[in-house]
Design a binder for this molecule. Structure first.
Ligand code: ADP
Ligand code: MG
Length: 666
């Protein structure tokens, strides 16, 4: 059947030496093939015979481009295979060869149909055509009712027919079968040989490796090997061939190999997604569910702990910001005086309109105008000393204070110079030890003042230290000016910044404004920069802590994913070999394992983030401040996927770098 042009297969002086590192550093060389020279033409049905260890499998691996000769030349359709790069060899396997092994070599986690589809998926055939062709091939081999079965649910004969269908999926111009009947009973063995004979008469080139003369008798030519050399090569007489002329295989119904079409880019994207999801489902959910579950679990726990820790740190940070700003890190204090920088200035007269002008500046959250002095408060025969402050009605809101009883001073109280007062809890204790204070009167500088409200207690219950805030006595500013102190100008103005970090900047703006209004700098402006610097330092430390905790946890989680993936690659070496034999390129394998790593870490990331957010409520139930912002979700998922990629790269490269023959030998 030799056509025009170069022969299909041509070996010239081919040798194969296996080298293994032996004891004392000396390489042990095994000569598996020596000086093999032969030609195989299109459509031939050849049996390669010989005792075990004679080099049959080695020859088949070389013919099928799974392995390369160490000596001599192999030309396939005139092309020197020895010069091809790994991906070109993969393309040749994909397009021209179909392998059938003694142990079937089906992927256990894939269905019969998916196993048959495999070579065409790597060849880029469209999904529908792939499914259609696989189904028709399986039907042609009487497996129409077994499409969705997985290999372990099929008999040996059925599995071998699935393997033959797979070999034909991309056309299978050359079928290489290594002991295809070795694991089958004689009935199933004959069926398989009949199929192969039918393929040969249908124009396929079939090479069957066997040590069994009865199997070899089906072929029209017999090549015998002994110790890696060809010792005989002759035609089998037709009368001895059981399959000759039988032609009982239904090759007529066999569909032609599809040709990959160029679909639209959207179609490509959709197909890619469908194929990717299908393969992830098969490998992660059907393959080793326990392994997948454990990996997802470890990533979940890692992400969960990161998110939970971050939420505690964040909550602590927010609580710290609040505490620090309460301690005055967000405020400045202005009073009349001559600063060192301007000894000649006479003190300014601070006025309410100064306070109002300051309130209009950027980053100013609130302004308190204060006029105060030490006075004695009396009620009946009780009396106490306190600093009485005339203040504006927004003081309560600015300081975030609340009242235990009553109401606060109003705008109207100040305008009408009302004799009303709000007192701290400590003052109340002194003057009203037993009865309610609100609605009663106290004498202030001889004038009766109505108690309108009592502040909440600040000193902690049972604490020995008094809190100065419990000794506040607040009256309306107008009242203080007109009734108590008899002067208009203020003692001090306190300015609160919206953003404590910009306190210094705001202080400069306030100073400039006052200097402009008064024509000189006769005032003292104090901001507790030390406290603010401390606060900034704590903030920086906490951010660094968040970063370190996050990085360490992600690193630990990533190492876990890497080791699980490495185990997975080791466990799935044979599957990788099968994929390579059916034409997967290195990058197909690389991509598959990377995608699996990312899918697993992404799933873990989603679960871990959800648990992390849920933990917040547990923390809060135990009074641990916890806070989380929505960007945590993106950060956590981004980190999880990044970790998946980083952790998956080493195992994926190891998988992609496997030698197909060694991988299949597992
Ligand atoms: P057959 O298939 O005829 O039984 P093989 O081709 O498998 O023979 O093996 C031929 C020879 O090469 C044997 O001696 C075998 O031990 C040796 N051999 C096969 N594969 C390897 C390998 N990967 N490393 C070292 N020696 C090998
Ligand atoms: Mg063998």
């Amino acid at each position: 059947m030799a056509g025009p042009g170069p022969p299909l297969i041509e070996l010239a002086g081919v040798g194969r030496v296996y080298r293994r590192a032996g004891a004392r550093g000396r390489g042990v060389a095994t000569r598996a093939l020596s000086d093999v020279t032969l030609r195989i033409e299109r459509g031939e049905f050849v049996a390669v015979m010989g005792p075990s260890g004679s080099g049959k499998s080695t020859l088949m691996n070389i013919l099928g481009c799974l392995d390369r000769p160490t000596a001599g030349a192999y030309r396939f359709r005139g092309r020197d295979v020895g010069r091809l790069r790994p991906d070109e060899l993969a393309a040749l396997r994909r397009e021209s060869f179909g392998f059938v092994f003694q142990s079937y070599n089906l992927i256990g986690s894939a269905t019969a149909r998916e196993n048959v589809e495999l070579p065409s998926a790597y060849a880029g055939l469209r999904r529908m055509q792939r499914a259609d062709r696989a189904e028709r091939l399986l039907r042609a081999f009487g497996l129409g009712g077994r499409l969705g079965h997985r290999p372990r649910a099929l008999s040996g004969g059925e599995q071998q027919r699935v393997a033959i269908a797979r070999a034909l999926m991309n056309g299978g111009q050359v079928i290489l079968a290594d002991e295809p009947t070795g694991a089958l009973d004689s009935k199933n063995g004959e069926d398989v040989l009949g199929v192969l004979a039918g393929l040969a008469s249908g124009g396929h080139t079939v090479v069957v490796i066997t040590h069994d003369p009865e199997v070899a008798a089906w072929a029209e030519r017999r090549i015998e090997l002994l110790d890696g050399r060809v010792v005989a090569d002759r035609k089998t007489p037709a009368r001895e061939r059981p399959g000759a002329g039988a032609g009982f295989v239904r090759t007529g119904g066999m569909p032609a190999a599809g040709v990959a079409q160029a679909p639209s880019s959207l179609g490509v994207a959709v197909e890619w997604l469908q194929t990717t999801f299908a393969s992830l489902r098969a490998n992660l959910l059907r393959g080793s569910r326990l392994r997948t579950a454990l990996t997802v679990l470890s990533v979940t726990v890692g992400v969960w702990s990161v998110v939970a820790m971050l939420s505690v740190v964040q909550g602590g940070y927010e609580a710290g910001v609040e505490a620090v700003s309460r301690a005055g890190a967000d405020s400045m204090w202005i009073r009349p005086g001559s600063p060192f920088s301007d000894r000649r200035s006479t003190p300014v007269r601070l006025t309410v309109s100064d306070a109002e002008a300051i309130a209009g500046l950027d980053n100013v959250r609130g302004v308190e105008a204060t006029l105060s002095g030490r006075l004695t408060l009396r009620r009946g025969d009780r009396q106490t000393e306190a600093t009485v402050s005339g203040t504006t009605p927004d003081r309560l809101a600015i300081r975030g204070w609340t009242l235990a009883r009553g109401v606060f001073l109003s705008e109207r109280d100040s305008a009408d110079n009302e004799p009303v007062v709000v007192i701290g809890a400590g003052i109340r204790d002194d003057l009203f030890p037993t009865d309610a204070a609100v609605g009663e009167h106290v004498l202030l500088g001889g004038t009766p003042f109505l108690v309108k409200g009592v502040l909440v207690r600040f000193a902690r219950r049972g604490s020995v230290a008094a809190d100065s805030r419990d000794r506040e006595v607040l009256v309306p500013l107008g009242t203080a000016q007109a009734l108590l102190f008899g002067r208009e100008d203020l003692d001090s103005v306190t300015v609160y910044a919206a953003d404590p970090k910009r306190l210094g900047q705001t202080a400069r703006a306030v100073g400039d404004l006052l200097a402009r209004r008064h024509g000189h700098r006769g005032f003292m402006l104090e901001a507790d920069i030390g406290l603010r610097i401390g606060f900034t330092t704590v903030e920086r430390l906490l951010s660094a802590l968040i970063g370190a905790v996050g990085a360490i946890s992600l690193f630990v989680g990533g190492m876990g994913v890497t080791s699980v993936m490495l185990v997975s690659v080791a466990e799935r070496t044979r599957e990788i070999g099968i994929r390579m034999a059916t034409g997967a390129r290195r990058r197909d394998i690389l991509r598959q394992f990377l995608l699996e790593a990312v899918a697993v870490t992404f799933a873990g990331g989603v679960l871990g983030t959800a648990l992390g957010f849920a933990s917040r409520f547990v923390f809060e139930a135990f009074d641990v401040p916890a806070g989380l912002s929505p960007w945590f979700v993106f950060a956590a998922l981004g980190c999880a996927v990044g970790t998946g990629l980083a952790a998956g790269i080493v195992p994926a490269r190891r998988a992609a770098g496997l030698d197909p023959v060694a991988a299949l030998a597992r």
